[in-house]
Design a protein around this ligand. Structure first.
Ligand code: CA
Length: 228
């Protein structure tokens, strides 16, 4: 479970915004404005490190490398302002667990933090990952979505899309963000790919639950999985 979060960001306004939103959700935050402070606090037993890559003195890349070299498995959520850094992050070259590109919304950060918390908890208990929403079950281990216990027959990418949205229930995700998370950065399709897959998922879910309204369209932006 994540209770203590180190927020390492040298831009005080971004740092305070994050701390404000995280503390409102009940997390306890400690702040670092440079690399050495981030390392010191993370070594002190943080449950999660939110880490800006562009930190003074020791940058975020070196902070991650140092922690992983010491075999510390604290989850790390990287903040980056530069899209060209994404390849290095996504290739897991630096050993981070997740990343967000600036500018971001604090709500997105909170959702990612919660998702990382779920993942961390699950890996320690080895419990199967099943998300339940009324009649719908999303079974990560089986890669299967079931309505009233019956597999609706999603294709792998359709399942990944549903899982991504359901894991962030109540949070609107942009088409671009969904493309990155579900298809990956080397995918050459466009946002309409997301629309097509959402339509297919809806059709398969609605076949047995007419008007379920689980996958909501956020016009001009993207999609949101309705919370309960
Ligand atoms: Ca910075």
């Amino acid at each position: 479970m994540i209770t203590r979060i180190v927020v390492a960001e040298d831009d005080a306004s971004i740092r305070e915004l994050l701390v404000h939103h995280l503390e409102r959700e009940g997390f306890r935050c400690e702040e670092a404005a440079d690399g050495p402070a981030a390392l010191r606090l993370a070594r002190g037993g943080a449950d999660l490190l939110i880490l800006d890559l562009g930190l003074p003195v020791v940058d975020g890349f070196d902070v991650v490398r140092a922690l992983r070299r010491e075999a510390r498995d604290v989850p790390i959520l990287v903040l980056t302002a530069r899209s060209e850094e994404i390849d290095r992050i996504v290739g897991l070259e630096i050993g981070a667990d997740d990343y967000v590109v600036k500018p971001f919304s604090p709500r997105e950060i909170v959702a990612r933090v919660k998702a990382l918390g779920r993942r961390a908890g699950l890996s320690s208990t080895q419990a199967p990952v099943v998300l339940r929403f009324d009649r719908l079950e999303i079974d990560e281990a089986a890669r299967e979505a079931r309505l009233d216990g019956i597999d609706v027959g999603l294709k792998p990418r359709e399942f990944a899309l549903l899982l991504e949205l359901a894991s962030n229930a109540g949070v609107a995700l942009s088409r671009a963000s969904l493309l990155q998370r579900v298809w990956g950065f080397d995918f050459e399709g466009d946002a309409r790919t997301v629309d097509v897959h959402v339509r297919r998922v809806r059709a398969k879910l609605d076949d047995r639950a007419t008007g379920s309204g689980l996958l909501q369209t956020i016009h001009g932006f993207g999609y949101k999985f309705a919370r309960g």
